[in-house]
Write a protein that binds this ligand. Sequence first.
Ligand code: ATP
Ligand code: MG
Length: 250
Amino acid sequence: MHTDTLADTSTETAVRLADVHKTYPGPTPVPALRGVSLDLRRGSLTAVMGQSGSGKSTLLNIAAGLDVPTRGRVVVGGHDIAGLSPDRLTRFRRDHVGFVFQAYNLIGHLDVATNIDLPLVLGGRAADPAWRTELVGSLGLAGLEQRLPGELSGGQAQRVAIARALVTRPTVVFADEPTGALDSRTGAQVLAMLRDTAVRLGQTVVLVTHDSVVAAAAERVVFLADGVVVDDLAAPSVEQVASRMLALGR
Ligand SMILES: Nc1ncnc2c1ncn2[C@@H]1O[C@H](COP(=O)(O)OP(=O)(O)OP(=O)(O)O)[C@@H](O)[C@H]1O
Ligand SMILES: [Mg+2]
């Protein structure tokens, strides 16, 4: 056990970003995040929105320990990950973080059940069939366990990707445009399932989306522009989200 625990982090806070800056180096350095502070409550579903290039993926990657900030603190589940060595960061991700990507990343020649078990197996842990069955049931995938990914609809494939992200019981699930390949309505349905499952399991979810309908399924929507948080809406309607995005585009 290591003890990168911050005494000031409430157990109600799953993710805390404190004055996070990220500048990508290069001939012309890019200041992608310019002082982001954010506390995400345990068990919450937060959507992150903003124009292309506003820093959404950078924010997610840093909060998930896939990239390191130039400055600032990142605390996930009580662990200050900004100070971890690469080895510990890898272990931290394996134990505490789940990912859902836009392209699903399912393995085509493995059936649904095996795809879901993959993060456990890759992490050297035993598969947990009872837990998998519960996830499959709550995501509406019962009966599809023996199918190959190519035999699923887009929405079903995305729900398999969600089950796979939840199977390790991570502290936080990060999803970068998880419904980007789905139509708005299917996307919102998949999101509603992710939200209900996460709430029931007490898991925290952070997702990036361009879709107002999808974002409005979240209990909180954070808007980024030029690497800073410019707005933070609690349980907004689709119309509120859409008009905020429109204003950002001006
Ligand atoms: N590896 C990198 N090296 C240099 N600059 C980068 C790198 N990754 C992102 N950027 C720059 O950082 C800024 C933020 O990028 P980011 O990918 O976080 O935006 P985004 O909000 O996710 O955009 P999109 O909606 O298009 O996915 C952009 O100006 C981008 O060009
Ligand atoms: Mg992005």
